[in-house]
Design a protein around this ligand. Structure first.
Ligand code: SAM
Length: 189
């Protein structure tokens, strides 16, 4: 057995900032590695709704190839946004906005959109379909794996997951990133 691969430097810095801020609501490393891999397939502008303290942004940044792709990320809580800005203050490829995610509505189309504002019902497929370029990706985090159809969460039909998995504008798959966690990845058709 060998140790898992080290965290990228930018992700370690984001964890340090999170720790200082006492903030723990960040994406898990399994999702982070998936974000990095997906970001490595992208050019253009990527976006994140809900920066938190910048851990997910850092994972995306760790995957970016070259010096042209950009990441825009919006965080409603100005204190958290300020903390995340610290991580990327000297990085021209990342912009952290202290703002509601709707600020990003006129900044697309995006090559990748990570929806992680923690209020999933607010950001449905209709709200973002036109924000994503053709062939662009949408990533949604924090699902519990479910083998039945329609998907059930907390005893109710998970209509958000059901809509993403059936919307004809996207080809969407649910991917387990751990035995207790899954992510939706959607490609705009
Ligand atoms: C799950 S955390 C984000 C974690 C982060 N994406 C990561 O992977 O490390 C959700 C964040 O979304 C923010 N948020 C909630 N509603 C928002 C909105 N309307 N616009 C922007 N950010 C929002 C919350 O303040 C919170 O910090």
């Amino acid at each position: 057995m060998s140790a898992p691969p080290d965290l990228p430097d930018v992700v370690s810095r984001a964890f340090d900032v999170s720790r200082k801020a006492g903030y723990v609501s960040f994406c898990r490393n399994e999702t982070g590695r998936l974000l990095a891999m997906l970001a490595a397939t992208r050019g253009g502008t990527m976006a994140e709704f809900g920066t938190g303290c910048g851990v997910g942004t850092a994972w995306l940044r760790s995957g970016v190839r070259g010096d042209r792709a950009r990441i825009l990320t919006a965080e409603l809580d100005p204190k958290l946004a300020g903390a995340a800005q610290e991580i990327f203050h000297d990085d021209p490829q990342v912009e952290v906005l202290a703002a509601d995610w709707s600020t990003l509505l006129d900044k697309g189309p995006f090559s990748l959109l990570f929806l992680d504002s923690g209020q999933p019902n607010e950001v449905g497929v209709d709200e973002v379909a036109d924000l994503v370029e053709e062939g662009g990706l949408v990533v949604l985090d924090d699902f519990t794996p479910c083998e039945v159809w329609p998907p059930i969460t907390g005893g109710r039909v998970d209509t958000l997951r059901e809509r993403w998995l059936t919307d004809e504008r996207f080809t969407t798959v649910e991917v387990m990133v751990a035995s207790d966690a899954s992510t939706l990845i959607a490609t705009k058709r």
